[in-house]
Design a protein around this ligand. Structure first.
Ligand code: PLP
Length: 389
């Protein structure tokens, strides 16, 4: 049987493959500490679970509007306007099953074959995957450790052409945990206005930031009409499995994206949207406590990684990832990630899972208990000490 050629251009996320390999080792009786998957290890807060159960009982089990429940869209618009200064109302918001569909739909709605799409590298692999799928020209922008993994404005400027259509931003950033400097955000906005391109601003980790305040590029003058803000509930409210996200964008584009929803999912599960509504309307003390706990673990893992032979680690300001430089071990990233799993019992990702620019790094998700992080650091330390002899 023949498959469409475009499938050859579609990438994937390797975190799930590493998880499967780790689980296979566990099935053989080996102990593995999971630092590979990017999801909070906390349970979804009780008040959110209760709201979902109540919504099911109240009959929110039918189709709803493709763009999302009107009162939910209104609440999102109000909060994102107040918190992030994004000029918007309910008509700017489209609710989707998870935040990922916003990447797909925004690119489907805006990218023609041959258009140029720029994105951070290392970076979340789905940006490049979807752009390639749509036959765009994919242009990685290398984030350098010596620049705090911030975007290099001169590099960006040198890569702009008449075909530049979209720039993807992600702050706080997966996989490095870096937060873009406000002056970088301002400089990018100036370039976007001058050269007239779209911004896809992936702000899914915006509420998991330890230092400084999150600056949304959509809040800057003239930017709301050319920015799609991608956000959701997976990370902030530990709701990865619920599949709930949204985009904020100009109204005409929102109508097109809603039509893409009609053509694909019809709508996002209505009781899940009710749970999301409760999440936003309720007290945020559990989110604050989770972020505080992540901060403690960040300090623990960064300090521990810096003590490992051949390893140095940048201190990230957001998300829940550490991205240590492992070039001092003399081992390539993919090989070291494999050895860490098989020899040290620690599941992590090769930096190259986030693009070629990730060579020389590993990614650890510290969404695991402080006790397990401590154990993982010990095991990796022992393994590297033996290798160094
Ligand atoms: N954007 C980034 C940078 C992510 O790391 C992730 C999840 O890992 C997503 C988007 C997708 O979020 P969701 O699970 O809500 O689709």
């Amino acid at each position: 049987m023949a498959y469409a050629k475009r499938l050859n251009r579609l990438g994937t996320e390797t975190a799930f493959e590493v998880l499967a390999r780790a689980q296979a080792l566990e099935a053989q009786g080996k102990e593995v500490i999971h630092l590979e998957i990017g999801e909070p290890d906390f349970d979804t807060p009780k008040y959110i679970r209760t709201a979902a159960a109540e919504a099911i009982e109240a009959g929110f089990t039918h189709y709803g509007p493709s763009a999302g429940l009107p009162e939910f869209r209104r609440l999102i618009a109000e909060q994102w306007n107040k918190e992030r200064g994004i000029p918007c109302d309910a008509d700017n918001v489209v609710v989707t099953p998870g935040a990922k569909p916003i990447m797909f739909f925004a690119m489907l709605a805006l990218i023609e074959a041959g258009d140029e799409v720029l994105y951070p590298s290392p970076g979340f692999p789905i940006y490049e995957s979807v752009a390639n799928f749509l036959d765009a020209r994919t242009i990685p922008l290398v984030l350098r450790e010596q620049n705090g993994f911030d975007l290099d404005i001169r590099d960006l400027e040198s890569k702009l052409t008449s075909r530049t259509r979209m720039l993807v931003l992600n702050s706080p950033h997966n996989p490095t945990g870096a937060v873009m400097k406000p002056e970088t955000v301002e400089a990018i906005a100036a370039l976007a206005r001058k050269h007239d391109f779209w911004i896809l601003a992936d702000e899914i980790y915006a509420r998991i930031q330890y230092e400084g305040r999150h600056l949304s590029i959509a809040s800057l003058p003239g930017m709301a009409e050319r920015t799609i803000v991608l956000d959701g509930f997976s990370k902030t409210y530990a709701m990865t499995g619920w599949r709930l996200g949204f985009g904020i964008m100009e109204k005409q584009l929102a109508r097109h994206v809603a039509r893409l929803m009609t053509n694909s999912n019809s709508c996002t599960a209505t009781f899940v949207q009710k749970a999301g509504h409760a999440a936003l309307a309720g007290g945020q003390s559990e989110v604050k406590a989770m972020v505080e706990e992540f901060r403690v673990r960040r300090d623990l893992i960064v300090e521990g990684l810096n003590r490992l032979p051949g390893v140095t680690c940048f201190k990230p300001s957001g998300a829940f990832y550490a991205f240590p430089n492992i070039t001092g071990t003399g081992i390539k990233s993919a090989e070291l990630a494999k050895l860490m799993l098989e020899e040290a019992g620690v599941a992590c990702l090769s930096g190259t899972a986030f693009g070629a620019a990730g060579e020389g790094y590993l990614r650890f998700s510290y969404a695991n208990s402080a006790e397990n992080i401590g154990k993982a650091l010990n095991w990796m330390g022992e393994f590297l000490a033996v290798r160094a002899r």
